[in-house]
Design a protein around this ligand. Sequence first.
Ligand SMILES: Cc1cc2nc3c(=O)[nH]c(=O)nc-3n(C[C@H](O)[C@H](O)[C@H](O)COP(=O)(O)OP(=O)(O)OC[C@H]3O[C@@H](n4cnc5c(N)ncnc54)[C@H](O)[C@@H]3O)c2cc1C
Length: 244
Amino acid sequence: MRPNFPAPKRYRAVLRHSRELAPETMHLEWEVTSGGRFDFLAGQFISMVLRHHGQELTRAYSIASAPDDGRRFDLCLNRVRGGVFSNYLCDLAPGAEMEFSGPHGFFVVQQPLPARLVFLATGTGIAPIRGMLHDLLGRGLPESTQAWLIFGARYPETILYRTEFEQLAGQHRNFHFVPTLSRPPADWNGARGYVQEQLRLRFGGTRDFAAYICGLKAMVDDVRAILKNEFGLDRKQIHYEKYD
Ligand SMILES: Cc1cc2nc3c(=O)[nH]c(=O)nc-3n(C[C@H](O)[C@H](O)[C@H](O)COP(=O)(O)OP(=O)(O)OC[C@H]3O[C@@H](n4cnc5c(N)ncnc54)[C@H](O)[C@@H]3O)c2cc1C
């Protein structure tokens, strides 16, 4: 069933809070100051606008929060080495204003919900999935649906929003958080390896689920190929957003 996508418009927003989530990765909380009510669906993105040396630059950023009161939204972004926009946003001080358009994109959770939902993310690919999970769990994920988040990072300190997802998993019996580390320290008791390995380990041989994947192109393409060619999922069961 296709949801109603709000029409994109131009807005301005002020940065209210920012905090470092991990080295080189920031969480930014915004409040819309002009353009009216900002409605979006969990998982959509905005296009930030920056005037730089007389040119208008735009970059896409996924909304990292669930729809709330039409005024607030979060972003989660990392510094790209030599990148103009990402460093500008990561260095912004609270009180700074930016222009953006949105919402854009179709990476949203489809209804009706299947019995199993598998979210896979690496790095800031967690942004839209954080929004989707808060939306689903905030509304009350039906008991008939089990949701997994497989989040890939290198080290424990780069598991973004770790405490938050652990708390959500503690509060919701049908939400399962699987952080998996590609370079785990010796005392790490959790999952190891890339998200692809955890996907095969936990879901190999099954095809009765919908997958939502977000991150850099190489990971997204690889996971899609595994789901299609090894698991035999239909393309309608595979939803994704690529960052490059
Ligand atoms: C739909 C969509 C949603 C996105 N959401 C997010 C988000 O929520 N959080 C987020 O951090 N980014 C997100 N991005 C990426 C973002 O739009 C920018 O590409 C990123 O911030 C880099 O912009 P920049 O101006 O700093 O770098 P640029 O000046 O554009 O690029 C500098 C160099 O870095 C390379 N590069 C560009 N992006 C990346 C990257 N992500 N990783 C590694 N190298 C890169 C470029 O090829 C170039 O060589 C999203 C992209 C898309 C298409």
